[in-house]
Design a protein around this ligand. Sequence first.
Ligand SMILES: [Cu+2]
Length: 156
Amino acid sequence: MKPKIIAILLALSCAAAQAQNVLVKDAWVRATVPGQQATGAFMKISSKDGGKLVSASSTVAGVVQVHEMKLVDGVMKMRAVDALDLPAGKTVELKPGGYHVMLLDLKAPLEIGAVVPLNLVVKNAKGGETRIDMKVKVTNAAPADAPAMDHSAHKP
Ligand SMILES: [Cu+2]
């Protein structure tokens, strides 16, 4: 068994990384403008046996956190969470307005078309940790939002 599998597909609609039982699909990072210090990374994560996303990191950001976004009294608020549950066999979607990976203290603007490294750590039910190393495309819309992209051909 390999400790980690690096599967890097730069095609926008096919960005997928698989490590053991964890599959990450459709990952993207929102582009920033000069002066912007933070942005979000979004993706679909599924864990065959269940687990928790416990941390994330990237060389382009000083701090990376898992955030939750919620409507509180009519105002969208976000906060860091210790872990994001990945129920067995379910796909958890990190998307604008919901859970996301927050990249803070950006070292440089992230321009559309750039590719940034993003590493996730998923803890399984037995406490084992899996590290997932990805290269994620910088864009300004989710891959799924783009028309004329058929995801049915990309079953793992
Ligand atoms: Cu956030």
